[in-house]
Ligand binder design. Structure first.
Ligand code: 8YV
Length: 313
């Protein structure tokens, strides 16, 4: 008999179809009464499948006492209650590496879009302002700028490699200095913000990261500074970011992630020095296909008692 899996949210169509072909999948989001649905299937369910945004809360997992494994369609496991999983011995699989190229590509694209005001240039061209007003106002040069990467993990390193092609001076801020790179190291985020022109957030969003990029850090980045976030919305104090942008304490922002997705604060939507993306850094067909393959491998590795290759807990 096929194993039972609770799927918290819809995921990439082909991956979901494959999941539903192999397992008996209980679609949690479709249940009118979620607790009732969970109590009906709890005896049989050893696995939960979810995405990075929904994760698996302790409240959910408590209702599935036989769960042994959570597989995440995404690298970020911040929405999974890892403390609960650890206490109960629940294993947690994710999809690292396969998405690093795409996420790094989007980070660099957001740097360029923010510096060169690509959306404004697009609107200027499309709206006929070039013809009526003449050339668009000049923008700022990105090549050769000083870029600080907050979180030099797999994605941060992929970003740094790309920035070398733009002759950027690269620095990074991590809990620990890496011995395998020559980039300038800062243990203090404020000091790094002060020393760079552009701050890219690529940090793993652990709970202690909430609001870590605060008004003080943004002020240190300065009026010519740009910030790019492809980590999680919670890492920036969003209200402080809006204030800093409004008061020209920083020059611009490129944002793929937000605190209350899919809602984006109106203030951010209204600003011409902000470039917005709807959390799509890993959103290419190729990468979502690879993420799906890895997620399904994680699940079958666990359920078949094989060696676990992409597990964070
Ligand atoms: C996805 C992500 O957007 O990997 C992550 O942590 O945030 C993304 O790649 C998400 O998990 C897919 O739904």
């Amino acid at each position: 008999m096929a194993q039972s899996v609770v799927l918290v949210n819809p995921i990439y169509g082909p991956t979901q179809a494959e999941l539903e072909k192999t397992y008996t999948v209980h679609r949690l989001w479709e249940a009118a009464d979620k607790s009732k649905m969970l109590s009906e299937v709890a005896d049989d369910v050893r696995a939960v499948a979810t995405d990075g945004g929904s994760g698996a809360s302790a409240e959910l997992l408590r209702q599935l006492p036989n769960v042994e494994v959570v597989t995440v369609f995404g690298v970020g496991v911040d929405a999974v209650d890892l403390d609960y999983c650890k206490a109960k011995g629940i294993r947690v699989g994710n999809t690292p590496d396969v998405l690093s190229d795409d996420v790094a590509d989007l980070a660099v694209a957001l740097c360029l879009a923010s510096y060169r005001q690509i959306p404004n240039g697009h609107n200027y061209s499309r709206d006929g302002l070039w013809e009526t007003n003449g050339p668009m106002p000049l923008t700022a040069k990105f090549s050769g700028s000083r870029v600080g990467i907050f979180g030099l993990g797999r994605i941060g390193l992929a970003i740094a490699r790309r920035l070398q092609g733009f002759d950027c001076h690269i620095s990074y801020c991590n809990r620990n200095k890496r011995s395998d790179v020559e980039y300038q190291y800062f243990s203090d985020i404020r000091e790094m913000a002060e020393a760079v022109d552009c701050l890219i957030l690529a940090v793993a969003p652990t709970p202690d990261m909430t609001g870590f990029i605060n008004a003080d850090v943004l002020t240190a980045l300065g009026p010519a500074g740009h910030i790019v976030n492809i980590s999680r919305g919670l890492v920036i104090d969003e209200a402080a970011l809006i204030d800093a942008l409004k008061a020209n304490k920083i020059a611009g922002a490129g944002l793929d992630v937000f605190v209350n997705e899919p809602a984006i604060p109106d203030a951010l939507k209204a600003m011409s020095n902000v470039v917005l993306q709807p959390h799509v850094a890993s959103g290419t067909v190729q990468t979502r296909t690879a993420m799906g393959k890895l997620m399904l491998e994680n699940l079958s590795q666990y359920l078949c008692g094989e060696e676990l290759t992409a597990f964070v807990a």
